[in-house]
Design a protein around this ligand. Structure first.
Ligand SMILES: CC(=O)SCCNC(=O)CCNC(=O)[C@H](O)C(C)(C)COP(=O)(O)OP(=O)(O)OC[C@H]1O[C@@H](n2cnc3c(N)ncnc32)[C@H](O)[C@@H]1OP(=O)(O)O
Ligand SMILES: N[C@@H](CCO)C(=O)O
Length: 388
């Protein structure tokens, strides 16, 4: 048994070594890579550890494995069960389980916490080989480095080829990277609310968020982890989340849901807040409690680096490498990753079809509209069964 280091101080259930046949579903495990991981930007990262969870059983011929890749502040806990040793319901609970689209009687579902993250995988808050936290010394990571680490995990699990790789937003970037860099290992592909490269607008929103964190005096160049309780760049991380959360939702949703209504008895003319301000404060505080600012910066920079065509002759040439049966879905109200970006992917990937998720919830629609995502998963997996 080994305890997962938690940058925020919130206890996580212990990780417990590599997966073994008969492990209960949703148990947090970890994989440690023996050799240092060579990095795209140069140098290497030693002591790489990926936390992950699994559901279902790996078939004897290992043909039923599905890889689920989370978004920026997600984690490996895709689905429950809740209970002792489990962190409660997952962020895609409606998708994974007996009788659900990723039916655990049929599929073996694997979800790693991304490299650079803070939910058990190696990130800036983790100890470096010298025993001190990585902090500012944590190297620059790209999506390709993160997928390379995930490929080592797949090797360790004996999974040569995923029946399906699925991800939304940042998870979609990594899913795409899997399909382009390792087409022989990616049987089917579901890309949600993602793009071929970080766009100018996405880089611009990220810039404001990176400034919010790094301009917080408690950031200390990234070396705040041992400054003591409550002394991290919480204000900056909260501000970054407020900015980001607005880009994740839609203007009509905010209008219809909150309008100009004051929060409870608060009076906005006398220092009080409107409901929508209270809502943003809530999401800021919630993220600060569960997420590390250093990881937020590392992962945001990794997303900024996303450009599937880099070093591959451009986007068109890179996308043409994909052999997976592919669905690419956009959300009609997504202002951060507008549907034209998914249409571009669908046009460039040889065996891809484009789908629209209808939702008032903007970019977060891929997390909220679980039934529509489930229908897409079913469409892809039923296609697999039919040899389509
Ligand atoms: C369990 C976890 O920690 S999640 C970990 C993994 N997370 C992820 O993978 C993705 C990150 N999560 C997210 O981005 C978001 O949580 C989402 C997208 C899933 C949430 O989407 P939705 O279900 O639409 O939630 P919504 O945006 O409406 O927010 C609901 C919250 O706002 C709160 N809220 C609503 N109105 C107000 C208001 N006026 N003032 C204060 N709080 C408010 C609700 O009480 C609720 O609080 P809770 O989440 O603590 O229960
Ligand atoms: N709300 C999601 C969306 C990011 O794409 C998250 O925080 O991970």
């Amino acid at each position: 048994m080994s305890t997962v280091p938690t940058p925020t101080g919130i206890p996580l259930p212990p990780a417990s070594g590599a997966w073994r046949e008969g492990d209960p579903p949703g148990r947090r495990l970890w994989y440690e890579h023996a050799a240092p991981l060579p990095l795209e930007a140069g140098g290497e990262l030693p002591g790489v550890r990926l936390a992950y969870e699994t559901w279902g059983r790996l078939a004897p011929d290992r043909s039923n494995a599905v890889l689920v890749l989370h978004a920026l502040t997600g984690d490996s806990h895709v689905a429950g069960p809740a209970g002792p040793g489990h962190p409660g319901p997952g962020w895609w609970d409606g998708l994974v389980g007996a009788g659900r689209a990723l039916d655990t009687r049929r599929w073996f579902v694997v979800a790693p916490n991304v490299l650079g993250g803070c939910q058990g995988s190696t990130g800036p808050a983790s100890p470096a080989p010298d025993g001190r936290r990585w902090g500012s010394r944590f190297p620059f990571l790209t999506q390709r480095d993160q997928v390379a680490a995930e490929a080592h995990l797949a090797d360790a699990l004996g999974i040569g080829r995923w029946a399906l790789v699925v991800g939304g937003s940042m998870g979609g970037m990594r899913a795409l990277e899997w399909a382009v860099s390792r087409p022989e290992r990616t049987g089917a592909l579901l890309l949600l609310a993602t793009g071929a490269a970080a766009s100018a607008e996405q880089l611009a929103w990220a810039n404001a968020q990176l400034h919010a964190v790094r301009d917080d005096p408690h950031w200390q160049g990234g070396d705040y982890h041992d400054a003591g309780p409550g002394r991290g760049p919480h204000t900056g991380l909260g501000l970054a989340r407020r900015i980001a959360h607005l880009t994740y939702r839609s203007e009509p949703e905010l209008r219809d849901r909150f309008g100009r209504t004051p929060q409870g008895a608060e009076d906005p003319w006398r220092g009080g807040r409107y409901q929508v301000e209270s809502y943003l404060d809530h999401h800021a505080a919630k993220l600060v409690r569960r997420f590390d600012a250093g990881s937020y910066v590392a992962l945001t920079e990794a997303m900024n680096s996303h450009d599937i065509g880099r070093g591959r002759g451009g986007t068109r040439s890179a996308l043409s490498r994909v052999t997976a049966r592919t669905l690419v879905a956009g959300i009609d109200s997504d202002r951060l990753y507008p549907p034209y970006q998914q249409a571009e992917l669908a046009a460039g990937i040889p065996a891809a079809r484009f789908r629209t998720i209808r939702s008032p919830y903007g970019h977060d629609g891929f997390l909220v509209e679980v039934e529509q995502v489930a229908a897409l998963v079913r469409e892809l997996l039923e296609g697999a069964a039919a040899g389509d």
